[in-house]
Design a protein around this ligand. Sequence first.
Ligand SMILES: NC(=O)C1=CN([C@@H]2O[C@H](COP(=O)(O)OP(=O)(O)OC[C@H]3O[C@@H](n4cnc5c(N)ncnc54)[C@H](O)[C@@H]3O)[C@@H](O)[C@H]2O)C=CC1
Ligand SMILES: O=C(O)C(=O)COP(=O)(O)O
Length: 528
Amino acid sequence: MTYRVLISDPLSEDGIYPLREAEKIEVDMITDLTAAQLQEKIVDYDALLVRSQTKVTREIIANGKRLKIIGRAGVGVDNIDLDAATAHGVIVVNAPDGNTNSAAEHTMAMLMALARKIPQAYHALLQKKWDRKSHVGVELKGKTLGVIGMGRIGREVALRAKGQRMKVMAYDPFLTDDKAEQLGVSRGTVEEVVQVADFITVHTPLLKETKHLINTEAFTKMKDGVQLINCARGGIIDEEALYEAIVSGKVAGAALDVFEEEPATDHKLLELPQVIATPHLGASTVEAQENVAIDVSHDVVRLLTGDLVKNPVNMPSVPKDLMNKIEPYFYLAEKLGLFLTNVTDDVIEEITIYYAGELYEVEVAPLTRNTIKGMLKRHFGDHINDVNAAYLAEQRGIVINEQKTSTTRGFTNLITVEVKTKSGSKTVAGTLLNGLGARVVRVNNYSVDFKPQGNVLFIHHKDQPGAIGKVGSVLAEQAINIATMQVGRADVGGDAIMLLRVDKAVNEADVAVLTALPDIYGVTAMNL
Ligand SMILES: NC(=O)C1=CN([C@@H]2O[C@H](COP(=O)(O)OP(=O)(O)OC[C@H]3O[C@@H](n4cnc5c(N)ncnc54)[C@H](O)[C@@H]3O)[C@@H](O)[C@H]2O)C=CC1
Ligand SMILES: O=C(O)C(=O)COP(=O)(O)O
């Protein structure tokens, strides 16, 4: 099978070598597609790579019948409909580190150009005006730079500003006093930062909480003559409010690399002489473009070759040391879910997964996702994966609980999955046996010991002499060989179960024959 990758924004050819060199991966770079053309084309592709230009909408994702991964060669994923990607089981990855340096350097270039009015002076010169009077700037030394958002770029900007002998006051919900001290910056609230700063630069993602974070109210609290820089995302600063604040004289200048609507060639802010701007160039360096293309290409190759991606955006990444501990349990967790869903006919209302023994110590969320994936696979088939399992369960109102205990009765590790429906609850438990792999050790109240693999028949019957023999005869008549068989019973002559691993699939007609046998209450055939 050959995978097809579509690159719809200009990406560094030197950076996409991991894709070009990979076997069974074909790459097309087509950078002038309209939204409608992309929506049509995407049907044929397994991966889509973009920068900030391509808007990856719900419609495009929905049409990507083969689509498995969207790679963002950069940081911001606000041009990708993440909810739609998650719902469709499409993983989104980005390249969070590759352009940090370039974006920080661009911010410093904007700060210095703003302070010294370099673009305006150059513009006047081009018009043959030797105008020194209008282009008197201010020094950075001794001034306070307010940094809102102290992530990768914000921190780099703060360090560089200190090199200009500026004072830095920063706000970030994750900035601790210790971290601030280490970085040599003071920590303040957004309100404190905007009150004391001579220059303000924003470095947050564009989120509901950060949209118009700098608004009319914030401008009223600022110093007169303050100057602002936005090299993060258009919309963090309210453009209308900024326009008013410049026209009123409150704000002396603004440097903008990004706009609420891009491209922004006809924007009223650009008519103001106090505003300098670049067309979203923060990441546009040879180095950054090569870095982000390499990172995102590697992740696409990883995913398409069955490996774990490094920079997932719409699902938590699993650190390597944790992965080493829990990877052996993935198979067991999924098969327990799959088994249970096969023997549950009612609508599932609640799933509780109990982790015991050595699993007490580790983060088990990825295992929970795998169990849910196993449970929902029966109804969603291949459409369900690690990305959308929890989302699809939540969408259907299924409550998911996770519990841990350090004690196990006789096992070093035990995963017990319980489903609740309106007609009652069912459980299955399994363990990982050293050297022997996954074993199911309990089904409801019955102790069993079987490998969750291949074609399995689960029969609920009355503990009566001959019941097992009759099942054996029916299977023999259909030339279905029994590989292993387990019987569990509650009391002599009471309810009992049979678990058979058989060498070929048992079809519906055979299930009907088995169900019609005397003393048989129910028969489920499944493939694990
Ligand atoms: N102009 C350009 O070409 C480029 C723009 N960017 C943009 O720069 C921004 C920052 O990128 P990175 O530093 O790499 O991201 P990052 O994820 O490392 O940092 C973002 C920081 O914002 C903080 N934050 C979130 N909500 C906040 C709030 N309400 N107030 C204050 N801080 C808040 C987070 O805690 C985090 O520390 C992103 O919007 C990204 O898209 C990034 C690269 C190039
Ligand atoms: O990485 C980011 O968030 C950027 O804004 C860079 O955008 P670009 O890849 O240059 O279109």
